[in-house]
Design a protein. Structure first.
Length: 384
């Protein structure tokens, strides 16, 4: 049976189902779910402890320092190496099946479990490792991957018609007593599995939206949480709204850097990261401290002695390493100052827990230009 059939591709076009198809897909980043419909699906309980996710990152912190090239690491300025599964090298190493919360160093190839509908492969593969009674570390690994790419949401009725008429999408939910949970999916196949549970599958459609947009809709709506791949037990998760809200508060809404690092590598991927770092707040891992309140930024070293500053797209990326480091926000100007002040630094390694990317110093030229501009402004500033 043909589950999906496509028209001509366009950014706003919906996909028309075949005559016997139970699901149709649309593409929209603007629809807001304000109407809901309850599908006949058993509602899982929400027994997730969020303790491991609390205090994900401070909004401000003490000054940070890097050791000089000839200095030995000290508690105030640690040089720390990520786990072997994400150790930097001239190229990120591909690990076939690292255990959650880690992921392969290189992103997987893009797949379409239903032709014309791209999967969120990283999220789908993370969910495959989840079993009943998942640990906080495993859930953290799933949340990390859920922050990038897109999610599919189910819609009661014709999603294309609702979008074209400017109507709010009637999104599918699962109810548990007085609580309701929004449904989202990592792939079209997961949507298909969920639709099979419907009494009238043809009345259901699907729409792809950025993951952070879906999470924001859960936070802003009357939802107790988000269920991902509800019909794929035990490979499904339930994230409470409290956790989603905290995660979004400290996330780049566009997840620009994470999106580049999580995508299949292209010749200019490193250059794209370098340019994005000029306008995107990142995070560093800090630990230790001394009497003047300074702490050291974690860095990594390659086997040939090159030093790379560790950068993280979200506080959860720091926590995933399990080293007890504290995430600290790092603005582009701070990164520029550190790189300019330490010419021996070979570059940065982004999200060491995987997928990860080594960005050499030459690709960070746009960041270094920020430091040069700041110096020029300081020199030209009138004396007080």
């Amino acid at each position: 049976m043909a589950l999906f059939s496509r028209r001509k591709k366009s950014g706003d076009d919906a996909v028309t189902p075949a005559s016997d198809a139970p699901v149709e897909a649309a593409a929209s980043d603007q629809a807001q779910p304000t109407e809901t419909v309850e599908p006949p699906v058993a509602a899982p309980s929400i027994g997730i402890s969020v303790q491991a996710f609390r205090g994900m990152g401070a909004e401000a912190g003490p000054a940070v320092t890097l050791p000089d090239a000839d200095e030995k690491p000290s508690p105030a300025a640690p040089v720390q190496t990520p786990p072997a599964a994400a150790a930097p090298a001239n190229e990120a190493r591909e690990i076939s099946s690292p255990k959650l919360p880690f992921a392969p160093g290189l992103p997987p190839e893009q797949t379409e479990s239903v032709p014309g509908m791209k999967d969120n492969v990283l999220l789908r593969e993370a969910l495959q490792q989840v079993e009943k009674g998942a640990t906080n570390e495993e859930l953290l690994g799933v949340m990390r991957q859920a922050l990038q790419g897109h999610l599919y949401i189910r819609v009661n009725g014709d999603a294309r018609a609702q979008i074209s008429e400017g109507k709010p999408l009637a999104v599918a939910v699962v109810r548990d007593d007085e609580r309701q949970f929004m449904l989202a999916f990592s792939s079209a196949a997961a949507v298909r599995d969920s639709v099979k549970l419907e009494a009238d599958p043809a009345a259901t459609s699907a729409v792809a939206q950025p993951s952070t947009s879906v999470m924001q809709q859960v936070v802003q709506g009357d939802f107790a949480g988000l269920i991902i791949d509800n019909a794929s037990a035990p490979h499904r998760v339930v994230f409470p709204t409290e956790l989603l809200q905290k995660t979004l508060e400290q996330a780049d809404a566009e997840m620009v850097v994470k999106a580049i690092v999580a995508a299949p590598r292209e010749q200019d991927s490193a250059s794209k990261v370098g340019e994005a770092l000029t306008r995107t707040r990142m995070w560093v891992a800090v630990n230790g401290g001394n009497d003047d309140g300074q702490v050291g930024i974690a860095e990594a070293q390659t086997t040939d002695g090159k030093r790379f500053l560790q950068l993280f797209s979200h506080p959860l990326e720091v926590i995933a390493l399990g080293r007890g480091d504290r995430p600290l926000p790092f603005e582009p100007e701070q990164l520029a100052k550190v790189l300019a002040g330490h010419p021996e630094m070979a570059g940065v390694v982004v999200d060491p827990a995987g997928p990860t990317m080594i960005v050499e110093r030459d690709a960070l030229a746009p960041v270094l230009e920020l430091a040069a501009a700041a110096d020029a402004t300081a020199k030209n500033a009138p004396e007080a």
